[in-house]
Write a protein that binds this ligand. Structure first.
Ligand code: AMP
Length: 413
């Protein structure tokens, strides 16, 4: 069969690559894809955008399964449009995707269903928001309500910083208690009633080594995340994931698709939910899928048929680690058009997933902020990290930025 993946980032390159491995799949179309998916075996880019064009393409090609990568098309109702046309697609409906599209919706949902999260208040008015900050003091977290690609959150260390964030972000704001602990990414596949946990992971949101510099979409990730011990894992399923899936069903918006819980785990191992995303994480997907031994098409089929919890996924016991190479000027004003050299041939233990790249004749050039994610497997995290950086150091493009310390938290343990 032929599949369709919607999106153009590193997550979608990894998805397309993994789906194309299935013996049941002849071809994976990616709309619109990038310079990496353009060259991937069994994968073809299609220049399409908008729900109507995507639905028409899936009908014309007789595509039995579409997988959505990013949040924007989900929030625009691509799943609803495919379902109305009688097409199978994996992802949450527009109503269910509010779990990510509105922080206020997500917070009210969590409070309603007893899911542990930071205490919060929502404001439409800047003066009231500032008064709340004055009453609570710093550190405190200010979040824009809507989708902001990771740029809508300020962890303010002082009251003045929080006031400045309120003025800068504007609109409806969620202000919440600053949680302490270690973060982890916990992603599941949900079938409307139950969930299957994928391997755990941890990403690195800041631009610079030692978690310094501005927030980004993510500069690297690894799997598994040692902070998620078997005990923590059981608590996350019991206290967060299962109540979330049950709560969505109870509220009349059953959740089908990948669901990402951003967690803060305190010193006692108690998990709290920082946020929900209605999709796989980027770059967490790249190391996670490098470790997935099961056929992803079978798992998605199981989720669409309502039997995901029985499916069971098989994982490579090795660790995987991905390092993001970003463009000059990222995250504020990434430069495009720099020629990329030294890309290694794919190896069983090391692959380069493309994000902001474009094929230009025989060359590949930069075309976005996060350019590549070099992802490697190793017997342990240290080995995976050495293997990834060995490849990173051979790749060259003008102004490339990357962190040298991906995995440091796990290695410190
Ligand atoms: P979010 O998009 O809500 O996950 O926020 C982005 C990042 O901001 C998170 O990965 C955390 O590093 C940080 N953050 C968000 N909410 C909190 C909080 N309540 N306490 C501490 N850090 C937070």
């Amino acid at each position: 069969m032929k599949l369709l993946v919607i999106g153009s980032g590193g997550r979608e390159h990894a998805l397309a690559w993994k789906l194309a491995q299935s013996p049941r799949v002849q071809k994976v179309f990616v709309a619109p894809g990038n310079g990496g998916t353009a060259r991937e075996a069994g994968v073809e880019n299609v220049e399409l955008s908008g729900n109507a064009a995507l639905v028409a393409f899936a009908k014309k090609e007789g595509i039995p399964l579409t997988v959505v990568g990013p949040e924007a098309p989900l929030a625009e109702g691509v799943v609803d449009a495919f379902r109305e046309a009688g097409l199978r697609i994996f992802g949450p409906t527009r109503a269910a995707a509010q779990l990510e599209a509105s922080k206020d919706f997500a917070k009210r949902f969590m409070v309603r269903h007893g899911i542990p999260t930071a205490r919060h208040a929502t404001f439409e008015d800047a003066a009231q928001a500032k008064a709340y900050v004055d009453g609570h003091g710093a550190p405190i977290v200010v979040k824009a309500d809507g989708l902001a690609s990771g740029k809508g959150v300020v962890v303010a260390q002082t009251v003045a910083e929080a006031h400045a964030a309120i003025d800068r972000l504007g609109g409806r704001l969620v202000i919440e208690e600053c949680l302490q602990g270690e973060e982890a990414s916990f992603i599941v596949m949900a079938d409307g009633a139950r969930a299957l946990a994928l391997a755990t992971s941890q990403d690195h949101k800041r631009l610079l080594d030692g978690d310094q510099g501005p927030n980004t979409g993510g500069m690297g990730a690894y799997s598994p995340a040692p902070v998620v011990t078997p005990q923590v894992h059981a608590r996350v399923m019991r206290e967060i994931v299962n109540p979330a899936i049950a709560g969505m069903a109870q509220d009349g918006t059953p959740y089908t698709g990948f669901l990402y819980a951003g967690l803060m785990i305190d010193a006692s191992g108690a998990p709290k939910t920082l946020e929900f995303n209605c999709r796989l994480g980027d770059p967490e997907t790249q190391p996670i899928l490098m470790r997935l031994k099961s056929d992803l098409v079978d798992l998605i089929d199981a989720a669409l048929d309502g039997r995901v919890a029985d499916a069971g996924a098989e994982w490579d016991r090795r660790a995987a680690l991905g390092v993001v190479l970003a463009a000059h000027g990222y995250p504020d004003s990434p430069r495009k058009g720099d020629r990329i050299e030294g890309l290694p041939a794919p190896a069983p233990d090391c692959r380069v997933f493309h994000a902001g790249t474009r094929a230009e004749g025989k060359d590949v050039v930069t075309s976005g902020g996060r350019v590549l994610c070099v992802t490697a497997l190793g017997d342990n995290l240290r080995a995976a990290r050495s293997r990834a950086y060995e490849a990173v150091e051979r790749i060259r493009f003008e102004g490339a930025q990357y962190r040298r310390d991906i995995g440091f938290r796990a290695l410190k343990r």
